[in-house]
Design a protein around this ligand. Structure first.
Ligand code: S3P
Length: 450
């Protein structure tokens, strides 16, 4: 879905304690992959707990365009009748991935080794994001690409007629790039090898194994070496999508900064490639505990309990933790504003090519709300003001970026004056129940006049 309709301005103001259970929606990364891998099996894959955010709905629509039968069975239950590896049909129209970098990059990978042509587009945010990081390795398989200058969408991919397998070292820490290459490797003969120097989220590897692909991971001096045997017959599955740690971050961080709060966020995946924020918050002195720790679907899961934390301290976030919390830096910078001392975030160049330039977007909004910070090409430092000292009062631009909009609304929950965002519409891409869920906990978020 390109564009998000009329902007939806929202304002958040200081509120009483946040209390209760926050049942956040399904994991966005796993939801995209469930639909795509389901489409690459012959037979029926069933999914429960699918995130029904716009990003994932756009991927569902794309899988239909490539020939899969995707059915919404209600209440987060979905069915995918797949077409098998190499079975994608040529779509009739343009594949519109809306706001989703994950959607477009994974789908490009999945079609790149089939002899079909597809054109991809998205909203203004997605059409500004770099795609060469994906189309460069896809070219090694024999896939051709024509797009706009700077490797941007809209873009047409001509899938390889006779794909060859590839050995590729991912030059940036990106699970999307790694996954695009692995999905392309599915329909190439022989072994495709992907090497990543830094570990990024490993859902594709885990799920490919679950669907019956032959895939191995070896930790070597070069990094993680992933070897996939091409042209498998994937087996349809039932997938239970765990709740999204990246969405859990918002009620957790809100509880830490709003006096008197005590919030339980149940059933959150703590896969080490995703849980870096929670480790960081605990190092900052957050009262954040893991309750009922267990394993579900081969993943560590716990209920997170977050309570108001009056003594938060700024820290230097280890650079090698960046990939495991890359989507959480915006909301971490909000918690950092309420901490004492500075929070240093380095090695985070990738933040500049997300749904927005997240360092610029957060820096502008935090400064407008009375918080000092310094920033450079791949780092930023937030000067914490401690509890009770964040001014607020400004309207922040969300730049078509769900996580920027939600982060500023969290900022306003404990600031002296309310904090507004010019457009909360993009929140629906990943966390469509954000407003009612936060409202039930006690947050005061209102839709406001533009
Ligand atoms: C994702 C990978 C990350 C992350 C995005 C989801 C995925 O992007 O920011 O929200 O599901 O593979 P990069 O691969 O660009 O780091």
């Amino acid at each position: 879905m390109s564009g998000h309709g009329d902007p939806i301005p929202m304002t958040s103001r200081a509120c009483g304690p946040l209390t209760g259970r926050a049942e956040v929606p399904g994991d966005k990364s796993i939801s995209h992959r469930s639909l795509i891998l389901g489409a690459l099996c012959v037979g029926e894959t069933t999914i429960s707990g699918l995130l029904e955010g716009q990003d994932v709905l756009d991927t569902a629509q794309a899988m239909r365009a490539f020939g899969a039968k995707v059915t919404d069975l209600g209440e987060g239950n979905w069915s995918v009748q797949g077409v098998g590896v190499g079975g994608f049909a040529e779509p009739d129209g343009v594949i519109d991935c809306g706001n989703s970098g994950t959607g477009v990059r994974l789908i490009m990978g999945a079609m790149a080794t089939s002899p079909i042509v597809a054109t991809f587009s998205g909203d203004a945010s997605l059409n500004g994001r770099p795609m060469a990081r994906v189309t460069d390795p896809l070219a090694l398989f024999g896939c051709q690409t024509v797009g706009r200058s700077g490797g941007r969408l809209p873009m047409t991919l001509v899938g390889a007629q006779d794909p060859v397998s590839v050995r590729y070292t991912v030059p940036v820490p990106s699970a999307q790039v790694k996954s695009a290459v692995l999905l392309a490797g599915l329909n190439a003969p022989g072994q495709t090898v992907v090497i990543e120097a830094e570990a990024t989220r490993d859902h594709t590897e885990r799920m490919l194994a679950g669907f019956g692909a032959e895939i191995s991971v070896e930790n070597t001096e070069e990094g993680r070496v992933i070897t996939l045997t091409g042209q498998p017959e994937l087996q349809p599955q039932h997938i239970e999508v765990p709740r999204d740690p990246s969405s859990a971050a918002f009620p957790v961080c809100a509880a830490l900064i709003v006096p008197g709060s005590d919030v339980l966020v149940p059933g959150i995946g703590l896969n080490p490639t995703r849980a870096g924020l929670f480790t960081t918050l605990r190092e900052m002195g957050a009262d954040l505990t893991y309750e009922n720790e267990r394993e579900e679907g081969g993943e560590p899961v716990a209920d997170l309990r977050a309570r108001f934390s009056p003594d938060l301290k700024g820290i230097e976030v280890p650079e090698d933790r960046a990939a495991s919390m890359i989507d959480e830096y915006p909301v971490l910078s909000v918690v950092a504003a309420y901490a004492q001392g500075e929070t240093v975030m380095r090695g985070v160049k990738e933040l500049r090519v997300k749904e927005s330039d997240r360092i610029d977007a957060m820096a502008a909004g935090l400064r407008a709300n009375g918080i000092d910070l310094q920033d450079g090409p791949d780092w930023w430092i937030v000067q914490g003001r401690g509890h009770g000292n964040v001014a607020g009062g400004a309207t922040c631009a969300s730049h078509l970026d769900h996580r920027i909009a939600m982060s500023f609304l969290i900022l306003g929950m404990a600031s002296e004056k309310p904090v507004s965002v010019d457009d909360g519409g993009p929140i629906a891409t990943s966390f469509p129940i954000f407003e009612p869920l936060m409202g039930q906990l006690g947050a005061q978020i209102n839709r406001t006049e533009s």
